[in-house]
Design a protein around this ligand. Structure first.
Ligand SMILES: NC(=O)c1ccc[n+]([C@@H]2O[C@H](COP(=O)([O-])OP(=O)(O)OC[C@H]3O[C@@H](n4cnc5c(N)ncnc54)[C@H](OP(=O)(O)O)[C@@H]3O)[C@@H](O)[C@H]2O)c1
Length: 329
């Protein structure tokens, strides 16, 4: 008898996208040399875009969404991975051109897998998820630009969201003083509990302003883009740096070069999807040391494979706080 398991499947007929929970077998999975029993996945902004079809994330149909997963190796043709190894995968085309994590089983390339650090459970790995791993890449970008806690404040935009929440938590554990920018001032207590020292209204940053403003922060982690990123750069101190990873406000960047040529500000591009394995291992290693797991647990809600499509619109509309873990098993 065929061994069936459950997966979410996005299909497109006549330009109309549908999403259903279906039973499939390993024969239906895509190519790869490692099969993983997926235990957890997560909800990221990009998952919202893929499930609603509001942006062309999915390149080939049908598709199993879910840009990340953690799980346990079920079978492996690569001697570097053994049955029972706990692994994580972020990006590398999951939910775009390769079946993703909203499935009880996944077949992937061993070149895309990382073994989880001992002290990160499978659930914690997806509480962190792609948003949290990207937040760590942003922090590493600032550190590599030699921005130290004693140099001044760090601004985090989109702070109630996944990248923002994890970024605040890591930065505060490392001793940085964090300013959180949010459109949800009602989340002030939450943001302070993660370690933000002060909160500003995101409206302060979202409208066109002067090309150079008062120098307010020495570094920033921006998941918002557009006019917000322009204003973040314009108010970064001399010699500061900004890690840019997102586009929640928009993908445009109507900026001037003045912050770069008059203040020596650096703009650091952050990509999590195709980041090389060495960078991923560095980020996951640092997450295992520098992320307060108690704070992480406070920013998480848990849901299931059947319920996850209900969150798709909410995350695009900026209504999800912190992180959503999908318990698959
Ligand atoms: N480069 C990469 O590899 C990479 C990896 C992961 C994520 N990302 C990107 O990073 C961004 C954040 O991802 P996420 O998973 O953390 O999403 P998320 O949980 O939805 O967080 C985004 C946050 O941005 C703020 N926001 C939403 N709409 C906004 C608007 N119109 N103007 C200003 N702020 C707005 C909201 O925070 P407040 O309510 O607190 O203002 C929202 O919670 C997304 O654009 C995502 O695509 C990129």
């Amino acid at each position: 008898m065929t061994d069936l398991f459950r997966a979410l499947k996005i299909e497109k007929v006549d330009d109309k996208q549908t999403i259903n929970l279906v039973d499939i077998s390993e024969n239906d999975l895509m190519e790869g040399n490692v099969v993983v029993d997926v235990t957890h996945s997560s909800l990221n902004y990009k998952d919202g875009l893929a499930m609603t079809g509001s942006s062309p994330i999915v390149r080939t149909f049908p598709m199993i969404p879910g840009i990340d997963f953690s799980g346990v190796v079920r079978s492996s043709e690569d001697s570097n991975f053994s049955i029972g190894d706990r692994v994580v995968l972020n990006g590398f085309g999951l939910s775009e051109s390769h079946f993703g994590g909203y499935s009880e089983r996944a077949r992937v390339s061993s070149n895309h897998l990382i073994k989880l650090p001992e002290n990160i459970s499978n659930k914690q790995a997806m509480a962190i998820g792609t948003a949290g791993y990207t937040a760590m890449l942003c922090v590493l970008g600032l550190e590599d630009s030699n921005i130290k806690p004693t140099d001044g404040d760090i601004l985090v935009t989109g702070s109630s969201g996944g990248v923002g929440s994890v970024a605040i938590s890591i930065l505060s554990s490392l001793g940085y003083s964090v300013i959180a920018s949010t459109g949800r001032l009602s989340e002030t207590d939450y943001l302070k509990s993660l370690g933000a020292q002060s909160i500003i209204d995101r409206n302060e940053l979202s409208e066109p302003s002067r090309p150079l403003g008062k120098e307010r922060w020495v570094g920033a982690i921006d998941s918002v883009g557009s006019q917000t990123l322009v204003n973040v750069l314009a108010q970064t101190k001399y010699g500061g740096a900004v890690s840019a990873c997102g586009l929640a406000q928009g993908m445009d960047l109507p900026a001037t070069v003045l912050p770069f040529i008059l203040r020596g500000v650096s703009l650091i591009g952050i990509d999590s999807v195709m980041a090389p394995i060495s960078k991923r291992e560095r980020a996951w290693g640092r997450l295992s040391k520098d992320l307060d797991m108690k704070k992480l647990s406070e920013m998480v809600v848990e849901t299931s494979l059947d319920e996850i499509p209900k969150f798709a619109n909410a995350i695009i509309e900026g209504q999800v706080r912190g992180r959503v873990v999908v318990n698959i098993s």
